[in-house]
Design a protein. Structure first.
Lengths: 631, 349
């Protein structure tokens, strides 16, 4: 009764081959592209981390030069934030957001494809710098005037141009998600019936729309200072370099919530399903997320507590920062409330979600320590901060995303990830993660500054650094388990069926993987946990009783489907994105690069022209059968 | 079990640092003056509160999982579909808010305290951050030194700081939190130490804001003296350099004039370029290269032969006219010249 058993043929819908993927506008395929790309960049960023940890395994190591080290930590941070964690969220959001609200696709499918290709090409653009005289080396935060001091070396141009490219991509996705969520929900899917993950992506999208412009202004200033001799950050000319920090962190702190809120959303989906209970205090969790979004714009200067804003401003931002712990705490308590009284199925997905709660709590608490301005002045720019934000971003975002992967993989592929390998993966991750980052708390408190390529002997830093390096390799092994699990389970994993977890939300109502059009018929939503309500009713004492006739419509054969209008494939989004990146290469090498800027602009114009002229939806009359043989 | 161990580790670290062993010369949990102690006390209070919450939450999590997990072979059983408990949720919204408001009071008070400008008699130091070294000017005594300084115990030392190039951050964990040095702005920091540092065990400091290539090698040493010892040190530093008239050192002085004086200043001479550390009393310093290496003959010779071998720098981009210096170049000195310069520099006690 819980799961609907029916013969399953697993087939990826949509045209096959490289061309099929290049031209796809299907949100699910774009989600999968985001996922693979994010995994790739996560591995690259991880390898950078391993090199960093090898260099720091003992005092005065000489594996890396200072120059190489600075490039690696800059690219590690930039990669993990912009090319791994954000796209992982984009992968899940692309794939599941329309499914969770009962839509057939996102509002702007081709814009969606454009966002993806721009992200991919932007990432490749930044990484090409390794082969063109060196990668960015001014930190992921690119503080001026350090980021403009050596204009003759293009490294920081690659960084600024790359971030601008990724920013356009994010703005596109965000506008798309907002439009999708606000206009394309299935009948009956009121805002307060939306899954928490959808809510969190709505908040994230607004955060990006409002925060990216400030960093964009800053990045243009940096580029102009570097290339055109403007003086936005030249202290000699009376400029104030702190302006950059305000512009950057007014983006950078909301960005932190951009990285964590999707994971909070995922965990809010996973924990109820595997506790076999509804989310405890749905509206508190949702409004706490919204509150975090608003308050996230009022705390940016806590990144600048040592820059000399004066005690009044420092106190104000300190109090605001403390208060943002309140909605964060609400979420943690509500997840615990969800567990309490449930019957927990400790699947790998659930283990990662529980790990999220345990580890994120540590990161949250050390964050409160940082809001204590006087003690932050000791911890700022030390490894204590490194420990803190890795507990948030790894212990939070990554563990949450892995929970999402184990939870949703069967929907995406039709097959379950292997649970035995999964549990190895989980425990190795948890142990390796804590072995790597817990010692960094002590390293910071006993005085190891961040971003230093070597530390002296005899200052007490040797042992914990060694421990952290060992931990990093344990994490690396755990990632091998993950990759192995994905590769093996994709082909030979247990067949999942539509609803392998006895889940609560409507993405599990359709086939695994869903057909291109998602739902044969758009579901009519009548409850918050709509799928669960279709399967169960509640007795007088609040206990579930399985319905005799669960309201689960049978999947249709292709020939039973009426006409479903789906957007047609298009190569113009990828072409337009290609044009942007060609222009970016030109901008990195001004003035000679003007030629490339011209070429890029022409390619872009070609792409945009074709995009606006081609028909929006495929001509359905002759194609219906071919398009839907994936069901 | 993993999580339980985690509770123990910070406690252990606190315990270790409480012993005050000097083998942790950058320990922020080992305050050696009233300002640092104020910070540490505040940290300790909040740390304990955080630790209690940590234990409560993690216990609730572990107990919840152990208590409510479905055991092997157990069937699905119906679970009461509770949607929440508004009273409970309001409680865990309001209580943390009140707790945080409670923490905010001493936080703000301490912040205003430690940022207040010290009144009364004080030692003033003008600190300038350079890539990648510290310049310390003592205006009351009329001398300038680099990367190391002395200060008296029990007396406020008031730093007025700025940067010559990019943003740096002054951090001497035993005496105060860090404060950034921003080009075009001045910032201030007060240092106050209880007692003189034991012989050979100065406080260590570092640049804490990433400032480019050799950020890791921009360090400092601070010696806390008795009032008399400090006065003696300061008076000696204020004396002009003794110009050698014969021997190796005199030969070295010629080389110094031709090569080194383009950037380095020597008090009492015409060499007053301040693009690189003042070397007037170089021989009295315990370290060189941004307080990264012991100041001994071997390191000094190595430094003079090729500075970038010891410390990563970017002297190819130096521009003397604009005063932009990114480290000392390899001047291709012959070994005889190096010997002479070593003799000269070591004579400048």
């Amino acid at each position: 009764m819980a799961t609907v058993a029916e013969p399953v043929t697993i087939k990826s819908p949509g045209p096959p081959g490289v061309w099929g993927w290049l031209t796809t506008v299907d949100h699910k395929r774009i989600g999968i592209l985001y996922g693979w790309s994010a995994l790739f960049f996560f591995i690259v960023g991880g390898l950078e981390a391993l090199l960093i940890r090898l260099q720091l395994v003992g005092p005065n190591q000489e594996l890396l030069s200072a120059d190489a080290y600075n490039q690696l930590f800059t690219m590690h941070g930039t990669t993990m934030v912009f090319l791994a964690v954000m796209p992982i969220a984009a992968a899940f959001a692309n794939y599941f957001l329309p499914l969770m609200i009962g839509a057939r696709d996102v509002a702007f499918p081709r814009l969606n494809a454009f966002s993806y290709w721009l992200f991919l090409f932007g990432g490749i653009f930044m990484y090409s710098s390794f082969f063109l005289g060196g990668a960015p080396d001014g930190g992921w935060f690119g503080y001026a005037p350090l980021s403009i001091e050596i204009p003759e070396v293009v490294r920081m141009d690659f960084w600024a141009l790359g971030l601008l490219t990724l920013g356009v991509s994010s703005i596109g996705s965000s506008a798309n998600f907002i439009a999708t969520i606000l206009t394309m929900r299935a009948p009956g899917m009121t805002l307060l019936r939306m899954p928490v993950f959808v809510w969190m992506m709505l908040v994230v999208s607004f955060l990006l729309i409002f925060s990216l412009p400030t960093v964009t202004v800053g990045l243009f200033q940096v580029l102009f200072d570097r290339n055109f001799g403007t003086l936005f950050y030249a202290a000699d000319a009376g400029a104030d370099p702190l302006l950059w920090q305000h512009l950057f962190w007014l983006f950078g702190h909301p960005e932190v919530y951009v990285l964590i809120l999707p994971a909070m959303g995922i965990v809010s989906e996973v924990i109820p399903v595997f506790s076999r209970k509804p989310l405890f205090g749905y509206s508190f969790v949702v409004f706490a997320g919204v509150a975090i979004g608003f308050m996230g714009f009022g705390v940016w200067s806590h990144h600048m507590f040592t820059s000399g804003m004066g005690p009044v401003a420092e106190s104000g931002f300190a109090v605001a920062t403390m208060m943002i712990a309140v909605p964060t705490g609400i979420k943690i308590f509500n997840w615990l409330g969800t567990i309490w009284g449930g019957q927990l199925r400790l699947t790998t997905a659930m283990l990662f979600a529980l790990g999220f709660i345990g580890m994120f709590t540590i990161g949250g608490l050390s964050g409160v320590l940082h809001s204590i301005v006087p003690s932050d002045s000791q911890q700022h720019d030390t490894y204590f901060v490194v420990a803190h934000f890795h507990y948030v971003l790894f212990g939070g975002s990554i563990l949450g995303s892995l929970a999402g992967l184990y939870y949703w993989f069967p929907k995406m592929t039709g097959r379950l990830l292997n649970e035995r390998i999964g549990k190895w993966h989980f425990w190795l991750t948890l142990i390796g993660f804590n072995l790597t980052f817990a010692p960094m708390h002590f390293l910071g408190l006993i005085g190891q500054p961040r971003r230093t390529y070597r530390y002296p002997e005899g200052v007490g830093l040797d042992f914990w650094n060694l421990a952290a390096t060992v931990g990093a390799f344990v994490i690396a092994v755990s990632v091998l388990f993950l990759i192995y699990n994905i590769v093996v389970s994709r082909r030979n994993g247990e067949i999942a069926g539509r609803d392998p977890w006895d889940a609560r939300t409507v993405e599990w109502l359709t086939a695994s993987p869903p057909a291109e059009h998602n739902f044969d018929e758009i579901p009519i939503v009548t409850a918050r946990d709509d799928l669960w309500e279709r399967k169960y009713t509640i007795d007088d004492n609040g206990y579930p009783v399985a319905r005799e006739n669960p309201n689960i419509p049978a999947l249709k054969e292709p020939d039973e489907l009426g006409e479903i209008h789906m957007p047609s494939a298009s190569y113009y989004p990828a072409l337009t994105a290609l044009g942007v990146v060609i222009a970016m290469f030109g901008l990195a090498y001004l003035p000679v690069g003007f030629a490339a800027v011209g070429v890029g602009a022409m390619v872009m114009a070609w792409g945009i022209f074709g995009w606006s002229m081609e028909p929006v939806a495929k001509d359905h009359a002759g194609h219906g059968d071919e398009e839907h043989d994936g069901d | 079990m993993k999580r339980r161990a985690l509770v123990g580790i910070p406690a252990l670290a606190l315990l270790l640092s409480a012993c005050g062993e000097k083998n942790l010369p950058l320990d922020s949990l080992d305050p050696e003056g009233p300002i640092a102690r104020d910070i540490d006390n505040l940290f300790t209070v909040v740390f304990i509160i955080a630790a209690v919450i940590f234990v409560l939450v993690e216990t609730a999590l572990v107990v919840g999982v152990l208590k409510y997990r479905r055991h092997k072979g157990e069937d699905d059983r119906p679970v009461k579909q509770s949607h929440g408990n508004t009273r409970l949720e309001i409680a865990w919204t309001v209580l943390p808010a009140l707790l945080l408001a409670g923490i905010a009071v001493p936080t703000v008070a301490t912040q205003f305290d430690i940022r207040a400008e010290p009144t009364g008699e004080r030692i003033e130091i003008n600190v300038t951050g350079h890539q990648w070294w510290w310049e310390f000017e003592f205006p009351q005594y009329g001398f300038t030194t680099a990367n190391e300084f002395h200060m008296p115990a029990g007396k406020n030392v008031y730093l007025t700081m700025t940067s010559e190039d990019v943003i740096h951050s002054f951090w001497l964990p035993n005496l105060n939190g860090k404060r950034d040095l921003v080009p075009g702005r001045t910032s201030n920091l007060t240092l106050l130490a209880d007692d003189p540092t034991p012989t050979g065990q100065p406080f260590f400091g570092v640049c804490a804001e990433f400032c480019g290539l050799a950020h890791a090698d921009m360090r400092m040493r601070v010696f806390v003296d008795t009032e008399e010892d400090f006065e003696a040190w300061a008076q000696a530093q204020a004396l002009p350099a003794v110009i050698p008239t014969d021997g190796l050192a005199a030969e070295g002085y010629g080389t110094f004039g031709r090569v080194c004086s383009a950037c380095h200043a020597i008090a009492g001479t015409d060499y007053q370029q301040r693009l690189a550390p003042d070397l007037t009393h170089f021989g009295s310093r315990t370290t060189l290269g941004g307080a990264t290496f012991t100041n001994d003959t071997a390191h000094l010779e190595q430094w003079l032969a090729n500075p970038s071998d010891l410390k990563p720098m970017d002297p190819d981009r130096n521009d003397l006219e604009s005063g932009r210096i990114l480290g000392m170049p390899d001047f291709g000195l012959e070994s005889a010249q190096i010997d002479e310069l070593v003799a000269l520099l070591q004579s400048w006690k």
